[in-house]
Write a protein that binds this ligand. Structure first.
Ligand code: T46
Length: 136
């Protein structure tokens, strides 16, 4: 889908295990202003269910797995995140829903902006209207 991208980060591995480094503008396409993560998510929970007016993010399931449903108002796509060195870049104005979390899932998110509730579009009809009005 346009405005989303898969990243495969380099793994620095040796006999001790694996290490992944994330650096703004080197392998992350924006300045990281915030990092948050979710864990202990029940398997029947659906998180997200919103879009952002400006925020860009990269989702990395650093442990376990989850699925992400993406919707840009025209096209829908479903993605499985299950590798700690894979990231899903999501641009602004993409509706996202995260679901099907494994018991051990830890979903880490790198964000281009500080938390701002005013950046959220939490109603799907408002999201479609926002896209229509801002693509003229
Ligand atoms: C997104 C998806 C992938 C904060 O206080 N600071 C924060 O940085 C965040 C992200 C959340 N919160 C508070 C706001 C709510 O009271 O934590 C609570 C749960 O947030 P929310 O319901 O928005 O969580 P999700 O999992 O539905 O969505 C989150 C992000 O909010 C969102 O930007 O794209 O993860």
């Amino acid at each position: 889908m346009k405005n989303t991208k898969h990243y495969t980060f380099e793994i620095h591995g040796d006999e001790r295990g694996s290490l992944v480094a994330l650096e703004k503008t080197r392998n992350i396409p924006f300045e990281i202003k915030r990092v948050y993560y979710m864990y202990g998510t029940s398997s029947d929970a659906v998180r997200g269910c919103h879009a952002h007016k400006n925020l860009e993010q990269i989702l990395i399931c650093v442990n376990g797995s989850c699925k992400v449903r993406l919707d840009d108002g025209n096209e829908k796509e479903e993605i499985v995140l299950n590798k700690p060195n894979e990231g899903l870049y999501i641009c602004n104005l993409i509706w996202r829903e995260m679901y099907d979390f494994s018991d051990d899932a830890v979903l880490m998110v790198l964000a281009s902006e500080y938390y701002n509730e005013e950046d959220y579009i939490r109603n799907y009809e408002d999201f479609l209207r926002f896209i229509r009005e801002n693509s003229r």
